[in-house]
Design a protein around this ligand. Structure first.
Ligand SMILES: NC(=O)c1ccc[n+]([C@@H]2O[C@H](COP(=O)([O-])OP(=O)(O)OC[C@H]3O[C@@H](n4cnc5c(N)ncnc54)[C@H](OP(=O)(O)O)[C@@H]3O)[C@@H](O)[C@H]2O)c1
Length: 213
């Protein structure tokens, strides 16, 4: 599968490398693709780079690994490149402010989410929230006790969620489908919870798991 990974940060790097490792062709996008040339060289012949729009156009599956506060304008910059595409959305709506006693602030409220805003901005794209509630170092085939951890996902398009569920399985996760886009109101704040042990004790090596009888 051709995968477009929009994002020159840590999440873009880890997920792009994960897709390459699992046999996909990957284009990685930035406003300035030249800053990804070292990655492209190291990543090999199935890797390429491009602008946001070129990366969106390349992918059958697209990952939107950009700063939460810039995500709306990045979607805008993709033009029609996201139309019809499955778009994995790991973004979190984190405010430009220091955490308060280990707790991050969001620019969205409790009855709102970034995923819903993005879906409204690009109604023909098929957004699926995923990878938002774990650190980048654990996103691909994490080695944790107790079997595959849980990745909470949501989105309006059932087929898109099936595609993402396959990706999660390849990447060593158990997908937990929480329903439609509104469920992102509950999933995105898990980022705050996930970060608390990190900010308080330097403990960033953990993930969520749903347990059932
Ligand atoms: N880091 C983690 O462990 C982690 C874990 C879970 C979820 N997340 C979420 O995943 C997303 C990506 O995180 P990250 O740590 O990899 O990197 P990041 O620093 O949050 O985002 C980097 C990307 O955002 C783009 N960007 C920043 N400001 C922009 C602007 N004004 N206009 C257009 N694009 C802009 C950059 O574009 P250029 O390439 O053009 O510079 C770059 O591609 C975030 O929403 C974050 O909350 C992060």
């Amino acid at each position: 599968m051709n995968v477009g990974v929009i994002g020159s940060g840590q999440v873009g790097q880890v997920l792009a490398d994960g897709f390459l490792k699992h046999g996909h062709d990957v284009r990685r996008g930035s406003r300035d693709p030249s800053k990804l040339s070292a990655w492209k060289l190291a990543a090999g012949h199935r890797a390429s780079t491009g602008t946001f729009a070129e990366t969106a156009a390349f992918g059958a599956l697209v990952v939107l690994a950009v700063k939460g506060g810039a995500a709306m304008e990045v979607v805008e910059a993709c033009g029609q490149g996201l139309d019809g595409k499955v778009v994995i959305d790991p973004t979190n709506p984190i405010e430009e402010a220091a955490p308060v006693n280990g707790v991050l602030s969001f620019f969205t409220g409790p009855n709102d989410s970034l995923l819903e805003r993005l879906q409204r901005r690009a109604p023909a794209a098929r957004f699926v929230k995923a990878f938002s509630c774990v650190g980048s170092g654990l996103m691909v085939n994490p080695k944790l006790a107790g079997g595959p951890p849980t990745m909470f996902v949501c989105g309006n398009d059932p087929e898109a969620k099936r595609v993402v569920s396959g990706v999660l399985e390849q990447f060593g996760w158990s997908g937990e489908d929480c329903g439609t886009a509104e469920a992102a109101r509950a999933i995105e704040p898990l980022c705050m919870l996930w970060c608390i042990p990190g900010f308080r004790h330097g403990d960033w090596a953990h993930a969520f798991k749903v347990l059932r009888p």
